[in-house]
Design a protein. Sequence first.
Length: 483
Amino acid sequence: MVVRLMTGSYCTTAGPVSPATIVCYAKPSRSVEPALSVVSALSQVFHEHPAMNEPPTLILAGAIAGRPETDRPPQAVIIHENRILTVGCADEVPPPPGGSRIDRHDHLLLPALVNAHAHLDLTHLGPQPYQGDFRAWIDLIRAGRANEDDAIADSVRLGVKLARAGGIGAIGDIAGIGSLMPGLTQRAGGLPGVSFVELFGIGRAESTAAQQVERLVAATAGERPDPTPVTFGLQPHAPYSCSLATYRIAAETGFPLATHLAETRSEIDFVQNARGPFREMLESFGLWTDRIRATGQHPIDHLAPLLRGHAMLLAHVNYCETHHLDLLAETKATVVYCPRASAYFGHPEKDAAPHRYRDMLKRGIPVALGTDSILCLNTPDRISVLDEMRFLYQRDRTAPAVLLQMATQCGADALGLSPSCFTIAPGPVVGLLALPFDPADPRDPFEQVLERDDPPEWVAGPFPYPHDSTSESSPRSQGAIAP
């Protein structure tokens, strides 16, 4: 067992588990005397955790993402179970006696990643080409979506497997069938996050969505705390498929909330003018009624009253005007940008401004990364925001440190998880990833990784989410980020 001291030293047992066999190891400049003061306290810990007697692991790497550039290689991390004890230059971190050692001298270490927007129940469909007809694409989804519990569970299990292959330590998944089965399967797979049960509630479907919310509240009432954890949330699908009344009903439950917002120009036209392909779609589904009215507003302005009062994940936001940046900065919203999906669908369109994620970050608006569904992706072997980071770096040359925060802490905070569990720093973590780079290349190792397409390797974890973790600060509280 290992105990980290306030001095930054750490203690580990050597031999039988008892306080008498504690050996304390510290940097040469640090005193080991504080260890003596905790021996009596450790007696109780050892009795309460008799199985925690495995020695820690030393991981050596060529570089660690987020560490100062002045740190010389190799870098070292000492980890015990799911807790990082020490991070630093290898020659300053003595190896723990009896512990195992993992050598990755030509790899960069990354923390476990967070995918803030996915559709795992569509994983069985695999990547699909887009021919430019969004209505035809929706029809493909409707025809191919799994509807029976066993088939839904199979698709989500495959999605969890591909997410883990992509280094994902937590996920915000959209349960598009309106069922608890995706969340229950995600929970059984041990992948923390939120399962947002999707609602379609506009026109003649409003009452159906309200009943669905009532059933969800009843089904989850009195639910015991989940050790994974997977929380159930609600996703009113989009402003063209859910009325404001449906959004309000979802918000009043107190469940975590998400929605698609400002994804397409057709959505803007529908909300402003009650016309276009989305009206035609509602009419073809038999859902259109005269109660659906043009608002004359952009979808972000349309939802502004709700956004000011409720935290919400906003997927895509491909079309955002300057005044919307001020509006979003006043809310608790997190934008979830899915860059490969936006490019797949051709958004923003060529005559529109590029996605404003960098402007959002400058205004202090948290921007997390998501993948959307596997249908949009060019990586059939994984579902990973690592590839979203690579896409943005290669297209925009966004700073790797900014991309890392978008792919970890911003998403974790939006999903109600501790951002510190998705860093490489002393304390509990979800896991550590290793990615190869060329030590002979003078370029920054992180930049090299973002130029390559290697899959990540779990060198520690994935671990169960550490329930004793605490979040000291969120990305929003840290202020604006300079991309």
